[in-house]
Design a protein around this ligand. Structure first.
Ligand code: ADP
Ligand code: NA
Length: 333
């Protein structure tokens, strides 16, 4: 019987942070045995905004090392680089031609990023969601584990698949594209910035103190938590709309300690920030030190990383090519 398939990815645009880890990568590491897994580093997405070629190259390999350091096991999961598999770019063009432009105009992330860039916004940034649909649909996954900010893009990928299937493979069984489901956590799907509790933690925010990177050492984590924004309410608690920072920090604590919400409330409700911050710092350091140590080891072994990528590429390109050939046949090529 076919194992269920999982696919997801991260852009190599900077150091991965706690939001990428808690919202996405940690979910990928769970149940790896149960699924057939594809984890891609989406470098073609990284060039939709102005980029530095050196950062792109370094960051791509660092992201691969971080995937493994976070617990992705190359024996159970395919790890590969998007630009190595040519079918991503090719399917994007084919899907561009069956996707209404109005669907892309509705994408929130595009609107947010485009506002910041004014007239220099690229066609690639606008087309990003179609490239992402191609990334997903090429591998026929059942599940796509992502953070909240990607929900709209996965829904679009489903819409693109359905429209294509209706246009080109109505009578075919199975239809050319499988419509995947989004897999999202209840806590951690949206880790917020440490500067304010209202924007998501992100690689692109200018202030490095707004995020905890997976590569931060103990002293850096300590400094960032010490500086992070809090409030002057009495006690600590979840879900108070007037206390987004508090909710965010307690959620991070809950996730890295693997405690339940009730346990965290019980432990922390009477605390002051001066007691909670060192507790959170220790929990983060305990959880993340092994990841950072493994990451540093892996970066020393580029030959191993390349061998992982080669195996990932072989399997990924085989799967992707099969879907692409079906599409080309459907469309009359
Ligand atoms: P970024 O937005 O930091 O550039 P990516 O766009 O590469 O990250 O996203 C990689 C994965 O990490 C996606 O599944 C995305 O939903 C998830 N993710 C990104 N930021 C956060 C966050 N602050 N909280 C939870 N998940 C996040
Ligand atoms: Na994102």
């Amino acid at each position: 019987e076919r194992k269920k398939r999982v696919l997801s990815g991260v852009q190599p645009t900077g150091a991965l942070h706690l939001g990428n880890y808690l919202g996405a990568i940690r979910q990928w590491t769970r149940n790896q045995d149960q699924y057939d897994n594809f984890f891609v580093v989406v470098d073609l997405h990284a060039i939709t905004v102005p980029h530095d070629r050196k950062v792109l190259a370094d960051c791509t390999l660092q992201t691969v090392a971080l995937y493994i350091a976070c617990g992705i096991d190359p024996a159970k999961s395919q790890i590969f680089i998007q630009s190595h598999v040519k079918a991503h770019a090719e399917l994007t063009w084919l899907l561009n031609c069956s996707t209404p432009v109005g669907w892309l105009h509705r994408m929130i992330q595009y609107k947010e990023k485009a506002i910041k860039q004014g007239e220099n916004v690229s066609v690639g940034l606008f087309d990003y969601p179609v490239l992402m649909a191609a990334d997903v649909l090429l591998y026929q996954p059942d599940l796509v584990p992502v953070g909240e900010d990607q929900r709209q893009h996965i829904e679009l990928a489903r819409d693109i698949a359905r429209r294509y299937n209706d246009m080109y493979s109505k009578k075919k069984r199975p239809r050319t594209f499988r419509e995947p489901k989004t897999l999202m956590q209840t806590t951690g799907a949206r880790v917020m910035s440490l500067e304010d509790g209202t924007n998501k933690m992100s690689k692109s925010a200018e202030n490095d103190h707004s995020r905890i990177n997976l590569t931060d050492d103990e002293a850096t984590i300590k400094r960032k938590i010490k500086k992070c924004k809090t409030d002057s309410f009495e006690g600590l608690g979840f879900d108070n709309p007037e206390r987004p920072e508090c909710n965010n920090l307690l959620s991070i604590y809950q996730l890295v300690t693997n405690k339940t919400k009730e346990e965290v409330i019980e432990e922390c409700q009477e605390m002051r920030w001066g007691t909670f911050k060192p507790l959170l710092t220790d929990a983060l350091v305990d959880h993340m030190s092994p990841i950072r140590a493994r990451y540093n080891e892996l970066l020393e072994d580029k030959a191993y990383l390349r061998s992982v990528l080669k195996a990932g590429y072989e399997r990924a390109s085989e799967e992707a090519e099969q879907t692409l050939q079906n599409v080309k046949k459907d469309m009359g090529f």
